[in-house]
Ligand binder design. Structure first.
Ligand SMILES: C[S@@+](CC[C@H](N)C(=O)[O-])C[C@H]1O[C@@H](n2cnc3c(N)ncnc32)[C@H](O)[C@@H]1O
Length: 406
């Protein structure tokens, strides 16, 4: 192993340091993933930037933008590659399908399975497959199979028993049938899924005819193109400053909600407190998606908070509920004189039904606090739309699957 010492940092020393950091922050937990990370020369998969940027950048590196300037392809962040690979539990000899190709993750997968020919990576974009093919070959992984295809569709020539692991590395808003059809009976599907305005990379296994999650990772990805592309719907409540993100075609009357938002507000504080380092809010956000509908996210700029248009909300958005004429969202306030800092969750509501809606959301938060706060991550189950087995209650309906969250 290369030693980290004095002198100019080489890609090898930078990589050793990166792996040590990933281990220290808990992104790498297994010796197998650690060993793969030490072997794969990550910098060769991002020749557009320096080795320092590759190994020291906490986030991904964008490599292609669409004509509107939105990123459509990237080499994902090291911590995200690591957490997804840990969640995938890849073992030697497994057949693996990666959807979305950058080259780097496919090389890591090749190290984990121990045979490059067992790894297939597909990308919808011919520029990206050409780039991945070239970089994989240059880095010594030329036997990885790189295919240009819409990953939402069944692949040509899948292994007869299916793929042991399918790892989707692009933001999906559905679980196309092709993925479950191509997944081996004991397979694991790892996929960044968007639902109700949230993005979570979810590891699923099969359970009695449906999929069941066992890992949720907070993550953001470039959006899927092709058959499974989606267009999120946003209702502007105050120009660009305050928006309600409405997913999955949920009903939302833009005019009535905008009018409600300009009217009086009602506040209710829940008594439910969070510590700054507790990761309770991400768990609550997902849990609420299975407990109440319609449900989405209120996003506001800092300027909107500063002008008092909204309560104190996080920049990535806060849970929101609404009905025909009213809406309510969660906000935070600092609990005085606590070290470390603690925050209380509250509800701010607008519209003629504001008190009722605020009580509804407050009750849900308190129920979470009593029943689910300390129960680990919520469990997401995905049932194919043609199944009859779907339990009653709040569901999140996608084109191919119906999700329950408990
Ligand atoms: C975040 S990048 C992949 C990162 C990569 N796996 C790595 O090693 O870091 C996402 C990729 O998904 C691709 N993509 C988007 N929609 C797709 C689809 N329907 N099928 C296959 N690939 C798709 C994009 O072209 C983009 O290159």
């Amino acid at each position: 192993m290369t030693e980290v010492g004095a002198g100019a940092a080489t890609p090898d020393t930078l990589r050793v340091q990166m792996v040590a950091d990933l281990r220290a922050r808990g992104a790498i937990t297994s010796p197998e993933v650690e060993s793969a990370f030490l072997k794969v020369p990550r910098h060769l998969f991002a020749p557009e930037v320096t080795a320092e940027e590759v190994y020291q950048a906490p986030e991904g590196i964008f490599i292609k933008y669409n004509p509107q300037g939105r990123p459509v392809s990237s080499v994902s962040a090291p911590w995200l590659h690591a957490q997804m690979l840990e969640a995938a539990q890849v073992e030697p000899g497994m057949a693996v399908l990666e959807i979305g190709s950058g080259g780097c993750n496919a090389a890591l997968l090749a190290e984990l399975v121990g045979d490059q020919t067992l790894v297939t990576t597909v990308d919808i974009d011919p520029d990206i497959t050409a780039r991945a093919r070239k970089l994989l070959a240059e880095a010594g992984y030329g036997q990885v199979r790189v295919e240009e295809a819409d990953g939402a569709r069944p692949l040509r020539d899948p292994p007869p028993h299916g793929f042991d692991r399918i790892i989707v590395t692009v933001g999906a808003s559905d679980l196309p049938t092709a993925w479950t059809d191509q997944l081996a009976p004991n397979g694991r599907l790892v996929v960044p899924l968007r639902f109700r305005g949230l993005s979570r990379t979810i590891a699923f296994t099969r359970e009695q005819g449906h999929l069941r999650s066992d890992t949720l990772i907070i993550s953001g990805f470039v959006a899927m193109q092709g058959d499974s592309a989606y267009a999120p719907r946003t209702v502007r409540l105050a120009g660009q400053d305050v928006r309600l993100v409405v997913d999955e075609g949920q009903p939302a009357e833009a005019e009535a909600l905008t009018e409600a938002f300009t009217g009086p507000r009602h506040e209710e504080w829940t008594g439910v407190e969070l510590g700054g380092s507790e990761r309770i809010l991400p768990r609550l956000e997902v849990w609420l998606a299975g407990a109440t509908a319609p449900y989405g996210r209120l996003r506001a700029t800092q300027a909107a908070t500063d002008r008092g248009l909204v309560g104190w909300v996080l920049s990535r958005g806060m849970p929101a509920v609404w009905n025909r004429h009213s809406l309510a969202y969660l906000a935070l306030r600092r609990v005085a004189q606590t070290t470390p800092e603690r925050y209380e969750l509250g509800v701010i509501a607008h519209g003629p039904g504001r008190e009722h809606l605020a009580a509804h959301l407050t009750d849900a938060v308190r129920r979470f606090d009593r029943e689910a706060r300390n129960a680990g991550d919520p469990v997401v189950r995905a049932y194919h739309r043609h199944d009859h087995e779907v339990p009653a209650g709040v569901t999140v309906d996608k084109p191919s699957v119906r999700l329950t969250i408990t």
